[in-house]
Write a protein that binds this ligand. Sequence first.
Ligand SMILES: *Cc1c(COP(=O)(O)O)cnc(C)c1O
Length: 390
Amino acid sequence: MAIYLDHNATTPLRAEVREAMAPYLGYLDGVFGNASSVHAFGREAAKGLNGARERVAAALGCAPEEIVFTGCGTEADNLAIKGVAYAHRGNHIITTSIEHHAVLHTCQYLERRGFSVTYLPVDGHGLVDPDDVQKAITERTSLVSVMHANNEVGTIQPIAEIGRITRERGVVFHTDAVQSFGKLPTQVDELCVDLLTLSAHKIYGPKGVGALYVRRGTRLEALLHGGHHEHGLRAGTENVAGIVGLGRAAELAMAEMEEEGRRVTALRERLWEGIAANLKGVRRNGHPTRALPNTLNVCFEYLEGEAILMGLDAQGIAVSTGSACTSDVLEPSHVLLAMGVPPLIAQGSVRFSLGRGTTDQEIDDVLEAVTGIVQPLQAASPLFVEEMGV
Ligand SMILES: *Cc1c(COP(=O)(O)O)cnc(C)c1O
């Protein structure tokens, strides 16, 4: 048995995407030119690049010129945050305490370089309060960066409300939409954002390709210097095959978003209802309605999420935990801690992230496996027995 429920970490490449990429992989009998070259070989590559730019722009409701292709979502986050920080006089940045490390560690880096950063709190469901953004903005604020949907618990932030505030105050607004792109509507004008990050490998595209939407007129400093690629914002010969793959993956995700969203939501609810019916001491993390369709985060109280992960892995089932292994110590998830989950409970969290391949049968199999693994762990946990009185 092999069941993959870790789609928020990465997804498999779709057959249609591989097909679209194949002519651009760089073989002699395909398209191998440098997209910046003037000759026919270059023009062929540029055609692939332009087509992908149009497809990604269509998915975001922006102009193709506003798309900058990057080497990954992490790079797009770095370009947005450092790019704005370096291009503006103000040295204050506002973000949240539940961002992906691509944002958090970039902000922490800038703090070490003399910038000041405000990390906004979230409520018990993982929601940021737009009023907190309003109050945190000062004369010195150059950037607000708030993720669209959280990768661990799936909570969707009130991006448009925050965007209206930043626009009124004249502050650049970035959102990391890596988890929402392809799963939720991400029209940049409706979201009211100036910068938006996305990544191909989270939407059944290839690894090592991302993009940053840059609203026309947004002042941004490049991080990579060299040729005049990507409107001077990202030097380096473009990964044409990867970018073509991103374009195709985006197009397919948009076409299937609604139906696939409904399908995985039903599967996710079925998984949660089964877990809640079979087991004591479980709690669901995240927002009851403002949530990604595919993400279920559960705390198994007084257990170690890692133990459950490894038990499932031994049966061929892939899930993840929010905890990061730093110097052999298990740190509970920064997202759950920010949501006010006690550290001892947060340790027991497991994330199930469903995807296109997930079936009813798989959900039933996972449910059976989880129950079979968790019950003996609970019986062997003195803390669980003591707290639950069983
Ligand atoms: C995966 C992810 C990233 C990083 O994207 P890469 O392409 O893997 O660098 C950034 N933000 C969020 C929310 C993610 O889930």
